[in-house]
Write a new protein. Structure first.
Length: 326
């Protein structure tokens, strides 16, 4: 009996060495939850004063993101200075993970969120900080955790992946527009773009644990990611036209299949001082980030490329930059 048990253990050992044991999975999930909380607590802290567009606080957030990218081993991580027409300066933070396949590495998956929020407003009672925990520290955290995962040497994808956190989204998408005029890779190499926005609270309009994709009907990207296990469904608020209200839209105007993933509950915290850490559902945030990773990892490794459906691609931009406005 003892000999048989020993043989069973020895035979099973290689299987655990090659993959992840149940204990590894629990530990990985626990580590991610810790990372997510740490990142959220910094990005939505009073110290960053709401990360106002083109402010030193937005710059501090951008530097923080770049420092984390580099700590993951992403050497091609940098700040991108964004000069604005009013003389101020905004900043994007990005990192490029080059693919492992000589041919597929020429193709790029773009993963984005926006750094900035509304900053500080004055009132008769003094300054009021708008922390922007859900909008969009939660999305930045998703990009960071995807970067952390895909940068692991054992998981380096075949395609290249560009992680970008844009500045000045709230004031018209200037960071996004500048990035598209000055991309670190050819725009023609980007086969798909996914933005993450306001995923820190569940939306009662969809089932628990589900996320929704703006412009679902416009391309075949959402259904294909859902087939790979992503908990994605169609936008339950088509009348609000969210597809045109985030950074994905300007990217889509350049012909790239680009959508935004939300779980926005349309509650009373949107653009309010109460969009703070106290109102973040950390269990939900951790669960949805974990749930999207396998599908994104598949997208970064497959030869398949998404395409627009008939009449799904938005119109051609009329100038070098389209300002979004919200």
């Amino acid at each position: 009996m003892l000999r048989a048990l020993l043989c069973l253990l020895l035979c099973a050992a290689p299987a655990f060495a090659e993959g992840h044991s149940p204990a590894d999975a629990v530990r990985d999930s626990s580590d991610m939850a810790t990372h997510i909380r740490e990142e959220m607590e910094y990005l939505a802290s009073d110290a960053l004063r709401g990360r106002g567009s083109a402010t030193p606080d937005e710059l501090a957030a951008a530097r923080y993101v770049v420092s984390l990218f580099r700590s993951f081993g992403l050497s091609e991580a940098t700040l991108q200075r964004v000069p604005l027409y009013n003389g101020r300066t905004s900043h994007n933070a990005f990192a490029l993970l080059r693919g492992s396949d000589p041919k597929l590495a020429r193709q790029t998956i773009l993963l984005t969120a926006h750094l900035d929020h509304l900053g500080v407003r004055t009132s008769p009672l003094g300054e009021i900080i708008y922390p922007g925990a859900d909008d969009d520290a939660s999305g930045v955290t998703a990009v960071l955790e995807l970067a952390r995962t895909l940068a692991e040497p054992s998981r380096r994808p075949r395609r290249s992946v560009l992680f970008v956190c844009f500045g000045s989204e709230e004031t018209g998408g200037q960071g996004n527009a500048y990035f598209l005029r000055n991309p670190p890779v050819p725009l023609s190499s980007i086969v798909a773009s996914i933005a993450f926005e306001m995923i820190g609270r569940p939306d009662p309009a969809v089932s628990p644990g589900q996320l929704w994709l703006t412009g679902w009907e416009r391309s075949n990207l959402g259904p294909r990611l859902a087939k790979q296990g992503a908990p994605l469904v169609a936008d339950p608020y088509p009348e609000k036209n969210f597809f045109r209200r985030s950074d994905n839209f300007n990217i889509a105007l350049n012909g790239i299949v680009a959508h935004t993933i939300f779980s926005y509950g349309l509650g009373g915290h949107y653009h309010q001082p109460t969009d703070d850490l106290e109102h973040i559902d950390f269990a939900h945030l951790t669960r949805v980030i974990e749930s999207i990773i396998p599908a994104v990892e598949w997208l970064a490794n497959t030869r398949w490329a998404p395409s627009w459906r008939l009449a799904g691609r938005p119109g051609v931009p009329r100038g070098p930059a389209m300002l979004l406005g919200r």
